[in-house]
Design a protein around this ligand. Structure first.
Ligand SMILES: [Zn+2]
Length: 251
């Protein structure tokens, strides 16, 4: 905690534990919804379904609000593999966030036309969520691609032709921010990051922790909390689910 509060620069990774999978799997509406989306061949809508369940009854947003209170006045950057809206709901400004696995805020056509990328309206999300719960025969609220007339879908990693250009601008901001951390004391805080997408957060964060002699590395994870040998000196490992950790009273 001292390391965290004393750090000028903070690099934060948010991973799979914030998807609240066991909570979701215990919700009958979620199970029915995923089954339906599978039938409709619309896996891109899974994060939307998860988002609406989590924001109503989950704990991820409250946990991230605690994190936001700690870091809001610091120079931080946040990388998340979650595709839900939890970071925005917790208060994090989009200028300090990159989500390489996609977001609910953008849509693209399923054929992958580069120019099809567009913003999603809140009303489109509301309509889609309603359609999922009602097992509607149509899931077309996102419209049609003006270029190829194919269906529009949410811009995320579940698509076969996922347009990574959706997050490139944010990624550019992230790499620029990283350049400013070279040889400076940066606190690397990795929260609930598993091995689903290790090349996005886990491996590059470890590498940065290893190469930057002034870095402090904190890993919080309920299952995959071990640290590599190289990080033992500068690293701390906390064997606790990251949401539980952030919601603990002493934070
Ligand atoms: Zn298209």
């Amino acid at each position: 905690m001292e390391k965290l509060q004393g750090a000028d620069l903070l690099l934060i990774g948010i991973g799979e534990e914030f998807e609240e999978r066991s909570f979701l799997e215990a919700q009958p509406e979620y199970e029915e919804g995923t089954e339906y989306l599978e039938q409709m061949k619309r896996p891109d809508l899974l994060p939307l379904l998860a988002d609406r369940m989590i924001r109503g009854r989950g704990r991820a947003v409250a946990a991230l609000q605690n994190l936001y209170r700690i870091v809001m006045d610091k120079n931080y950057f946040l990388v998340s593999t979650c595709q839900t809206d939890i970071l925005r709901l917790a208060g994090f400004p989009t200028s300090r966030v990159v989500t390489p696995c996609g977001t609910l805020e953008k849509k693209q056509c399923v054929c992958g036309c580069e120019r099809s990328l567009a913003q999603v309206a809140e009303s489109e999300c509301a309509e889609l969520y309603h359609a999922i719960l009602n097992r509607s025969p149509e899931l077309d609220a996102l419209g049609i691609c003006p270029h190829c007339h194919g269906k529009m879908a949410l811009n995320n990693i579940y698509l076969e032709k996922y347009l990574e250009s959706g997050y490139l601008e944010d990624w550019g901001r992230y790499t620029k921010w990283l350049q400013g951390t070279l040889n400076r004391s940066v606190c690397i805080l990795e929260l609930g990051v598993g091995l689903d997408y290790p090349s996005v957060i886990r491996f590059p964060f470890e590498k940065m922790g290893y190469y930057n002699q002034k870095a402090a590395f904190i890993r919080v994870n309920g299952r995959l909390y071990y640290l590599t040998k190289e990080l033992h000196e500068r690293g701390r490992s906390i064997a606790k689910n990251a949401i539980d950790w952030l919601l603990a009273e002493d934070i």
